[in-house]
Design a protein around this ligand. Structure first.
Ligand code: BEZ
Length: 235
């Protein structure tokens, strides 16, 4: 075993890793990175969709690249919140292998400074900032979708599912996990998409309710009709 293999590794999660931790971490730290913008611009063929019908998950876009794009969510916070995990040295190889299998669909590895949330830093003695490994879906990966129309994206998320479950549950889980990280950790892009998806779901359950009501009314009418018919025959 090399000496590198026994060094601890820090991993930054900005998507499902926030609420679905890797195996073998000994510390989870809330905080943020800078210089990126989180967007639901990565197609998911292996977790929240399938190769035939890919879902949508988040990636990080380098802010200098994002500035050249036209995005309907034209504001983005300077800080991208998430959670950093400290992986003890003896488990690094296993966790890397687990993550490569679990997450690598189009993502590349980068390293970025991570800033500990101030409420957490006050009670823990940690380096500042912490150099973290992060998986980023770069613009040249085949799953990178680029800017999306928000309502179309929300509709797509509502109808997608894959081996890890419903795409909308990934979005709702991320929205909830982000709100719990610290002061200012909410992400408007994620929150607005979650709001749109809930509206789409509630519209479609109202439509389904109306369709069910009209079929009940239809069958009542049919029954009334058939009783009348019967009375006619009996007379
Ligand atoms: C995450 O932060 O949850 C994550 C995002 C993309 C690839 C791997 C992990």
């Amino acid at each position: 075993m090399t000496s590198e293999a026994t060094e601890d590794m820090w991993l930054f999660g900005y998507g499902s890793l926030i609420w679905k931790p890797p195996p073998h971490f000994d510390l989870r730290v809330p905080g943020y990175v800078e210089g990126y913008v989180r967007r639901f611009w990565q197609a998911s063929e292996d977790h929240r969709g399938t190769p035939e019908a890919p879902g949508r998950v988040v990636t990080l876009i380098d802010r200098s690249h994002w500035n050249t794009l036209t995005d309907q969510h034209s504001d983005a916070p300077l800080q991208t919140w998430g959670a950093a995990y400290r992986i003890p040295g003896p488990h690094v190889a296993e966790v890397r292998e687990y993550l490569d299998i679990r997450e690598i669909n189009g993502y590349s590895i980068q390293y970025t400074p991570f800033h500990v949330a101030k409420e957490f830093a006050a009670s823990h003695n940690l380096p500042a900032p912490i150099d973290c490994l992060v998986y980023v879906g770069l613009p040249d990966n085949p799953q990178f979708m680029g800017p999306q129309d928000l309502e179309t994206l929300a509709e797509h998320i509502v109808k997608s599912r894959g081996p890890s479950g419903e795409n909308k549950d990934y979005l709702y889980g991320l929205d909830q996990a982000l709100m719990e990280l610290g002061e200012g950790s909410e992400d408007e892009h994620v929150h607005d998409l979650a709001r749109r998806c809930r509206e789409i779901e509630s519209r479609s359950s109202k439509d389904a309710g109306k369709a069910a009501d009209s079929s009940v009314i239809g069958s009542e009418l049919k029954r009334v009709g058939s009783t009348a018919e019967q009375e006619e025959i009996e007379k």
